[in-house]
Design a binder for this molecule. Structure first.
Ligand SMILES: [Zn+2]
Length: 243
């Protein structure tokens, strides 16, 4: 197992070293690392395969690039809390947050603090921004978690609480096993909830003024293709402001 892991690491290093040659070109542009490439890496398996999905340099996905495009235009006024941090967005969010940056996760060790979204260890009105993407579908009480995010935000502060929206209406799956799995766990993801577009109303129910931003609100169809945010995999940004 360890030998397989070492081989995998070696192959990844080799691929990264070859990336400038393999992906040379200008047809695609990643706003997260500002790199231009002939193509992006494909992701997903079989029927879920997404061509031109992942940046070969910073590994941003469609949804990361869409979120960063938006956040670049909407920098936070204060300190930022980045829950379950995407590696490609960490340094970029840090740069955008003049008031400071904290990364947190329930289980991961590569973060500034361990924190449970349902009971954040921060005082009221501590942050100017909270970024938490693709986490709430695995949280047992998502409304309570969103109320926690609302509580730790200062008035005027914002939260980006993105989730996969895959159904006509939000449905709970209370029997799904709790996610919270260690990194590298090979079991398939089991979500506690499938969200519908009514997620925006759930977010508003804890007090947020909500705006749903899609790729078409930020870029022309040609730009969307070049930035790799034209497909449904980019999702939409659920942006909430604390009045
Ligand atoms: Zn990139």
């Amino acid at each position: 197992m360890r030998r397989l892991k070492r081989l995998e690491t070696r192959l990844r290093r080799l691929r990264n070293r070859a990336a400038p040659l393999l992906y040379r070109g200008d047809a695609f542009h990643c706003p997260v690392c500002a790199g231009s490439f002939g193509k992006f890496r494909a992701a997903g398996r079989r029927r879920e395969r997404r061509p031109d999905a992942v940046c070969p340099r910073c590994a941003s996905r469609e949804r990361d690039r869409l979120a960063f495009l938006f956040l670049r235009q909407t920098p936070p006024a204060g300190r930022v809390l980045h829950m379950a941090p995407e590696p490609c967005l960490r340094s970029r969010l840090r740069e955008l947050a003049p008031g400071g940056y904290v990364s947190a996760d329930l289980l991961r060790r590569d973060v500034d603090e361990r924190a449970d979204l349902g009971a954040l260890p921060h005082a009221d009105a501590t942050f100017g921004g909270v970024y938490c993407s693709h986490v709430l579908q695995d949280v047992r009480d998502d409304i309570a978690a969103m109320a926690e995010v609302f509580r730790v935000l200062a008035p005027g502060g914002w939260a980006v609480l993105n989730v996969p929206v895959k159904a006509a209406k939000t449905t709970n799956h209370p029997d799904a096993p709790l996610r919270g799995r260690p990194q590298g766990d090979p079991r398939p993801p089991e979500h506690l909830r499938t969200y519908g577009p009514d997620f925006a109303e759930r977010m508003a129910s804890v007090g947020f003024r909500v705006r749903v931003v899609a790729a078409g609100d930020l870029a022309t169809p040609d730009e969307q293709r070049r930035l790799g945010i034209a497909s449904a995999a980019a999702g939409a940004i659920h942006f909430g402001v604390k009045p």
